[in-house]
Each structure stands twice: as structure tokens, then as C-alpha cells.
Design a protein around this ligand. Structure first.
Ligand SMILES: [Zn+2]
Ligand SMILES: [Zn+2]
Length: 276
């Protein structure tokens, strides 16, 4: 069961994402059965390097296996979302055209025109095609990142402790948590589930650390879910404060169910600097 959010979300919205996350967990468990992670000294590679780990190390994703996962995800969408048969068929057709060997690199890169052109060719919405590739890849990204979660969590890694980009896969983070024991902040990547420590009174967008220009807002009676705002760059970052509830939460779901905080921040003129 999802929690009662202060602003009502569309019927079935959170359930869809919970089902999707469960589906991805199942895929990840299956994939792990034939995966042997290699030992990597994350701290050594990242401390003085601004290239994320996926760029520095050649992780391989089997294109045929990914194609199957992609097709399974199209089936999942077909069963869990009101999308019509034509759209489903077009997404299935995309499986014969997609460059699965390079899909991760393209998705994680800055230029999405490859997907936009393919979507046009197949007459599907580009967001839907990108969503499908993105979410089919996530079980792989999580499997690849997981052996290093602890290293990312513990190591103080210079540049990365000031970054809003994931040190493993390079995705932009929109969510952090404040740890219950000590209030230290950890950024969260919803693609690969890596967490990395970031300074707490600090804007991950522009580096501002003037206490009087970093504030937070929350909704009444929902104090654990907060938005940190920066007056210098007008950036915002959503945060779950474990100290308010004494418990951890699923940050993937927390990010999705706090869409009202995005709206609240944006209404007040703050941005998540996504397009940069
Ligand atoms: Zn990541
Ligand atoms: Zn800022």
C-alpha cells in the first residue's frame, strides 16, 4: 500500500510504478544468476576523475538479452497501462530496429535524437519509446552498479560529493535522503539505485553553500518530504528526511509520489535544471 500523500495522485499512478519496480526487481534477480561482477576500486578510479564509472569501465550488456527484456517490458506495459494495440505493436516493431548494443550509452548520453528519429519512423511518441528503453535497461544498470553501492556510499570522492550526477551511470539525480543517524545527505540515482554522499547545506546544482540562501519547504503534516531550494541558481532538490519518521523509505517511489513537491517548487519559481 502506498502512503497517503497530501495531494491526491491519479488513480493507479503509484501502483503502476510499484508494479514496475517489482517487475524490474524480478528481472534483476534473473539476470544476476549469470553475472559475475569484477572487483573495481571505485575510489581510486573516481577520486580525481569526472568520468562516471560506466564511462571508465567497459560493462557489457548482452544485446539479445536486453532485446528480450525490452519485449517483456512492452508486454508489462500492455498489461498495466491503457495503451492501444497499435502502440504496443509499434513498440514491438522497435525491437527489430533498436541498437541494443549501444542503447545504454545512447540513453545515458546527452543526445536523444537517435530515439526521437526512430520513434517518428515507427509512429510512437518519443517519450514512450525512451521510457520503454530506459526502464528495460534499469535492471541491468542496477545489477551492474550494485556490487559497488557500498563503496559509493562510503568513499569521499572529491568532485562527486558535489555532483547532482550519478557517479556510476551519469544520470541526473532529483532526490536525496537525510540519514537518520546523523542527518548526512545521500543523493539517489533512480536508474541504477546508487547513493553517494553530498554535503547537506549545499546546492548540488551550482555549488552554493551560503546557509542563508539555502532553504527548505514542505507541506503541512508531511514534514519528512522536503524541497531544498537555492536562491543563487533557483534550483531545487527533493529530499526525504529519515529523522522525521525514524525510518527509511523506497526512494524510487518517494521521488514519484512527491510530484506535488515538484509542482510546489516550480510554482514558486524554482527549477530542477534538467535541461542543462
Ligand atoms: Zn546511476
Ligand atoms: Zn544553486
Amino acid at each position: 500500500m502506498s502512503r497517503q500523500t497530501p495531494v491526491a495522485l491519479p488513480e493507479g499512478y503509484i501502483d503502476f510504478y510499484m508494479n514496475l519496480e517489482n517487475w524490474q526487481n524480478e528481472q534483476e534477480i534473473k539476470l544476476k544468476q549469470s553475472y559475475m561482477p569484477e572487483h573495481i576500486d571505485v575510489r581510486r578510479l573516481l577520486t580525481n576523475n569526472q568520468k562516471n564509472l560506466m564511462k571508465q569501465n567497459q560493462f557489457t550488456i548482452d544485446p539479445l538479452q536486453l532485446k528480450n527484456t525490452y519485449l517483456a517490458l512492452v508486454d508489462f506495459l500492455n498489461n498495466n497501462r491503457p495503451i492501444n494495440n497499435e502502440v504496443t505493436n509499434n513498440l514491438r516493431k522497435a525491437a527489430n530496429k533498436l541498437d541494443f548494443a549501444n542503447a545504454a550509452a545512447i540513453l545515458l548520453g546527452d543526445d536523444q535524437s537517435y530515439f526521437i528519429e526512430l520513434a517518428e519512423e515507427l509512429s510512437v511518441a518519443d517519450e514512450l519509446l525512451i521510457f520503454t528503453v530506459d526502464h528495460a535497461l534499469r535492471p541491468y544498470l542496477r545489477m551492474l552498479a550494485q556490487p559497488y553501492y557500498e563503496q559509493f556510499n562510503q568513499a569521499e570522492m572529491g568532485f562527486w560529493s558535489q555532483a547532482s550526477f550519478c557517479p556510476f551511470c551519469g544520470s541526473k539525480s532529483h532526490f536525496s535522503r537525510l540519514r537518520e543517524e546523523d542527518g548526512r545527505r545521500f543523493m539517489f540515482c533512480d536508474r541504477c539505485f546508487t547513493e553517494w554522499e553530498s554535503r547537506s547545506i549545499y546546492c548540488v546544482h551550482c555549488g552554493n553553500d551560503q546557509p542563508n540562501s539555502i532553504n527548505f519547504i514542505s507541506v503541512e503534516d508531511d514534514n519528512a518530504y522536503q524541497v531544498y531550494t537555492c536562491e543563487k541558481c533557483k534550483g531545487y532538490l527533493k529530499t526525504y528526511d529519515e529523522r522525521q519518521t525514524g525510518k527509511t523509505t523506497d526512494l524510487f517511489i518517494a521521488n514519484i509520489e512527491t510530484i506535488y513537491l515538484d509542482l510546489l517548487a516550480q510554482e514558486k519559481g524554482y527549477v530542477n535544471h534538467d535541461a542543462e
